[in-house]
Each structure stands twice: as C-alpha cells, then as structure tokens.
Design a protein around this ligand. Structure first.
Ligand code: SF4
Ligand code: SF4
Length: 374
C-alpha cells in the first residue's frame, strides 16, 4: 500500500444490519485500497477484534454488531485468510459474552475460531522518561493481521470511544481496571491508550456506526440510527472523522488530544482524505454527546491548549452517584472498583469519595444503569 493511501478514511452508508446490506457496504468501504485482499494474503492468520464491552444483545448498540464480524470473516476467508475472533471482555465471562453478543453465531456461520485473551506478554513503553508496562494478549504475537472493528459510542472519560480506544481490549482481563487506577486523569489514561494502540497497530480499523450509541455511553446510552460504516488503516485519522461526524472537535476526544500531543498523523482534518461519502454527508445531526469527560464547560475549555486549563477541568469532573431505586445490590461495582472503595450497606453501594479516582468503571459494570454522574 502506498504511503498516501494509509491516511484515507472511507465512509459508506449502511442502512441496516442485514447480511446483504452489510456485505455491499463493506465491499464499497474497502474499494479505496483495492478490497480486503490488500490487507490479507492467503494463509495468513487474521484476528477480528470487536468491541465486546459486556454480555448484551446486539440491539442495545453497546457492542460491535455480529453481522459486521460475520461478513468481514466471510470476505477474509474468500481472500484465503484464516479468521479468529476475540476480545478480553471486562464485565462478563468470554463464553457468556460471545453467546449473547452474537459472536458465537457469527463465528459458527463463517467457520471462524473464537478465542479469548487469557495469556499475556509484557511490553515496555516510555513516557516522560518513565517506564511503563503493558500486559498485551499473547495471541497477538501469533497473528499475521489484526483488524480492529470498533463501535461508535460516547464515553464519560474520553468523550468518545471508537477505533483507538477499542484496542484497550487487548490488555488482558482485570488488568484493564487496574490501569484506570494507575492513570486516573483522562489525559494520562488516554496517553496510555495511544501507547496500547501503537503497540498493537492494527492493519485496518473499521467503525460500526450503523447504530451508534449516544447519551450516557458506553453502556447505558441510547441507540442512534446513524447508518454509517467507516474504515481506515490509520485509526487516529478514522477517529478524527468519526468525532467530526458526531459533533466533537478532535481536541474534545482525549485519545485524539493524546495522539496529537504525540504528533501522530491524522488528528487534523487537513491531513486526511475522505473517500465515499463526504464529511458533510456523514454528519449525525444533533448527536447527544452525553456526559463527556469534562461536561459542557470542559468541552469549551478543551479548545484552549493551555495545560493548566485542562488539568483544572479534569480535577473537577463529576463523581458517580448510585440510584438506589435502580440498584439491585448485585455488588458488581464493589467487586470491580479498581480503587476498592465501594462497600454494600443494606444492599446499596456506599462509595468512599475520598478515594474515588472517577474512572467510571462502576458505571460501565452496572447492568442496571444505576450509576449516574454528578
Ligand atoms: S449499582 Fe449496579 S453494579 Fe452496583 S450493586 Fe447496584 S446494580 Fe449492582
Ligand atoms: S467508585 Fe466508581 S468511579 Fe470511583 S474509583 Fe470506584 S469504580 Fe471508579
């Protein structure tokens, strides 16, 4: 692939998840690079990495839709590749997650192999002269090609979760929650997310925004019919375009701010060539950006480059509060809080706010939508 083709972002209309519609759209989407065969050679092992945040049904728009995985797997097999589908779900067991999200059925109907990320290899990286360690799924070293298949959703910490953040799932199991503890501020957490992306460096990233998730993402938002598929070999450029379609400026998405700080190519629109639909044709009108990392004031201040402004805002981001009416006392938030500061009192979570790092994992883990932000 020529260097200038790496910064193309392809956008196509995809009205629904019918297999024929998805296939036609994916074929269109990959045309700028000459189809899937540009990324996959016969005999290569290919990992499809969807967003499988939790064991929820596809219609909730929390996870990558199985129809997209199924069609991609078919296309890869037709190109001679051997397909593996895998993730490291943080909320539920891989078996339950694969069954309920439709991944098991997608794997069966496309003769693909489901894998879960249990073993890891350690990889070092350096930031501001400090050495850090990533525990990346060992299976990645056995793959020839990684294709990142993300979902477009709002996120309280990063603003938006799309292609770059989806690669965080390559960190094995509960280590993901612990990394929130290591990097409590959104900007530091996002710098780490960018390092994970660079360590994995998928050959191709695709965003499922056929039905996106707006409002209170990434788990309890509202499905939004956006009718879009987007793709690029450059996940940063892809996220920049995805952010624009949803109404975010790139600097309002903390992963893109971190990528820009690291001078990665693709955080400015001027660096990106779009193919297929234009940006104007792709805008998702009145997308509910939800309670993004710093709220409305933060989104305003995020436009200012001064570091102290961002630090001031980050320290004022909201705290989680429990809605006792919605809570069923399951204890999941208590068990998985990275700071271990939640106890159950009379069956209701009680948060010790003095130790809360505002990672919002409790909100992600809660299947009842009982954790709000204030
Ligand atoms: S807030 Fe949610 S996760 Fe926590 S105990 Fe209540 S229902 Fe369970
Ligand atoms: S209470 Fe929630 S937001 Fe606070 S540290 Fe625990 S999981 Fe994170």
């Amino acid at each position: 692939m020529q260097e200038d083709q790496k910064n193309i972002v392809s956008i196509d209309r995809c009205k629904n998840y019918h297999i024929d519609t998805v296939r036609a759209s994916l074929l269109n989407l990959l045309k700028p690079w000459g189809g899937i065969a540009t990324f996959v050679k016969p005999g290569q092992k290919v990992l499809l990495k969807p967003n499988l945040l939790a064991a929820v049904k596809p219609e909730e728009a929390v996870t990558t839709h199985p129809a997209i995985i199924r069609v991609l797997a078919d296309l890869i097999r037709e190109a001679g590749g051997i397909v593996f589908i895998g993730d490291s779900p943080g909320n539920d067991s891989p078996e339950k997650t694969y069954r309920i999200t439709g991944m098991q059925a997608a794997a069966e109907s496309s003769n693909s192999t489901l894998i879960s990320f249990d073993r890891f290899n350690k990889k070092d990286y350096y930031s501001n002269s400090n050495k850090y360690e990533l525990e990346l799924a060992a299976i990645l070293d056995e793959m020839d090609v990684v294709i990142n298949v993300a979902k477009l959703k709002t996120h309280p910490l990063t603003g938006l979760t799309a292609a770059v953040k989806n690669i965080f799932g390559c960190i094995v199991g509960t280590k993901k929650a612990l990394m929130h503890y290591d990097f409590p501020l959104p900007r530091d957490f996002s710098r780490m997310l960018v390092e994970v992306y660079l360590a994995v460096k998928p050959e191709l990233s695709i965003i499922d925004a056929v039905i996106a998730l707006e409002g209170i993402g990434p788990r309890k938002g509202n499905p939004r019919d956006a009718g879009l598929l987007m793709a690029s070999p450059n996940a940063v450029a892809l996220d920049t375009i995805a952010a624009e379609t949803a109404g975010f400026k790139p600097e309002q998405v903390t992963t893109l701010a971190a990528a820009r700080e690291k001078a990665l190519y693709g955080t400015y629109l001027s660096e990106i060539v779009t193919s297929g639909l234009s940006l104007a044709e792709s805008r998702i009108r009145n997308f509910d950006m939800g309670t993004a990392a710093e709220g409305k004031i933060g989104r305003f201040i995020a436009r200012f480059p001064l570091a102290w402004c961002r630090g001031w805002v980050e320290r004022r981001r909201p705290y989680p509060i429990i809605d006792p009416q919605a809570c069923n006392g399951c204890g999941k938030c208590r068990d998985d809080c990275p700071a271990q500061i939640i106890s159950l009192v009379n069956g209701v979570p009680d948060i010790d706010y003095s130790g809360c790092i505002r990672c919002y994992c409790c909100r992600e883990f809660c299947s009842r939508g009982a954790v709000n932000l204030k």
